[in-house]
Design a protein around this ligand. Structure first.
Ligand SMILES: Nc1nc2c(ncn2[C@@H]2O[C@H](COP(=O)(O)OP(=O)(O)OP(=O)(O)O)[C@@H](O)[C@H]2O)c(=O)[nH]1
Ligand SMILES: [Zn+2]
Length: 360
């Protein structure tokens, strides 16, 4: 059963992500944390499609016959609302998490299940809390287990915001997930300039407009878990509605289950693609605080430049001033546009707010 799941068939796990590993909280009256939890053998597996005020909407699938050669079709599962079991403590649960559920998993109105376990994550997209929040420097998980971050940017109306794109790319490097630039509204402006800006970074791109075929985009999305981010007005809903013909119904179903109004999506929502795979739509992500991302993390995305930094002064920011990477480029051992891109991304981490001029 497991092997057929879009969300169970990702590439080999690179490392396991768990915010409990990142911030160690010396709990009150702390007992040593034990790795072995009660087995909960009767637990069923759920995929978290939405999170709202401590309620986790999860998709529970009926078991599929093992080794079924039948091509995977739209999920025939049902939605189950759950709360967190006390034993999970303060562990966060986010959209994209795979969880184990016990209790009433019928999905009937008013039924409430309990999440007793969060399965190890293959990735975790996060941001730092920004200045507007009083929780200085804390990392906020956004989405778990995503394999790809799709940055939706209009070529015009609203104009592209490269600084925001840079910041989202850094967040993706930090999360260790792939990136795809989806350039919309190509009927209004040509993509060349933006493409040239991101080509040195090796970021894949697709160009679309309303009514254009989406085959290429679908190829990137099918069978994978993708997070879609983009500012208001870039045409994200237009795209999602074509990719997921059922999107509106799915979202209102989720909202009905969580008790929200029909069309107010407040958190990320995972939507299943007809040919397999998931799109996680993130209306809430307007800024990416990057305070938690280190120079090394960004540098790791530039393997061609890493070696050149052995000659850098200790604590080098690689932004200039004695940075050995300048010499590397001068002697012709590195591509100047790559160094430029690295520096652009490094400086994009400065400040925690999305401070593009058109920022909402
Ligand atoms: N010219 C042009 N307009 C488009 C295209 N795609 C979408 N639009 C228009 O752009 C506007 C915004 O599109 P939406 O799909 O609602 O954008 P969104 O990113 O979902 O924005 P929010 O709903 O505010 O989050 C709408 O008026 C669309 O009709 C396109 O390819 N070309
Ligand atoms: Zn340096």
């Amino acid at each position: 059963m497991e092997g057929e799941r879009a969300y169970g068939s990702g590439p080999l796990r690179k490392r396991e992500y768990d915010e409990d590993d990142v911030r160690v909280r010396p709990g009150k009256g702390s007992r040593p944390r034990t790795r072995i939890r009660p087995a909960h053998e009767d637990a069923v597996e759920g995929f978290v499609v939405a999170v709202d005020r401590g309620r986790y909407t999860t998709l529970v699938e009926p078991g599929r016959p093992k080794g079924s050669a039948q091509k995977r079709k739209q999920q025939q599962g049902h939605l189950v609302v759950a709360m967190k079991a006390r034993e999970l403590g303060r562990k966060g649960i986010v959209v994209g998490d795979r969880v184990a559920l016990v209790g009433d998993v019928s999905g009937r109105p008013d039924a409430l299940a309990r999440v007793v376990r969060v399965e190890p994550r293959t990735s975790m997209l996060r941001r730092s809390a920004d200045d507007t929040e009083d929780t200085d420097g804390i990392e906020r998980p956004i989405v778990a287990n995503a394999e790809q971050l799709v940055i939706v940017t209009a070529l015009a109306d609203p104009p592209p915001r490269p600084r925001m794109i840079d910041r989202i790319l850094v967040a993706a490097f930090d999360a260790d997930i792939d990136t795809l630039l989806c350039l919309t509204k190509s009927d209004l402006a040509p993509p060349d300039e933006l493409v040239a800006l991101y080509e040195p970074l090796g970021v894949a791109h697709v160009v679309v407009h309303k009514g254009s075929p989406l085959d290429e985009l679908r190829e990137h999305l099918t069978g994978r878990i993708s997070v879609m981010v983009g500012h208001s007005g870039v045409g994200k809903s237009t795209l999602v509605n074509v990719l997921v013909p059922d999107a509106n119904r799915a979202v209102s179903q989720v909202n009905a289950v969580t008790g929200r109004g029909r069309h107010t999506s407040t958190s990320a929502v995972a939507l299943e693609l007809p040919d397999g795979g998931w799109i996680i739509d993130t209306p809430g992500v307007r800024s990416f605080g990057l305070a938690h991302v280190s120079v090394e993390t960004v540098l790791a995305a530039f393997p061609d430049l890493v070696e050149g930094t052995v000659n850098c002064p200790k604590g080098c920011t690689h932004l200039g001033d004695g940075c050995a990477l300048d010499a590397l480029v001068a002697e012709g051992s590195a591509d100047p546009t790559r160094l430029e891109s690295l520096r652009r991304l490094l400086s994009s981490r400065e400040g925690t707010l999305d401070d593009d001029p058109q920022s909402p």
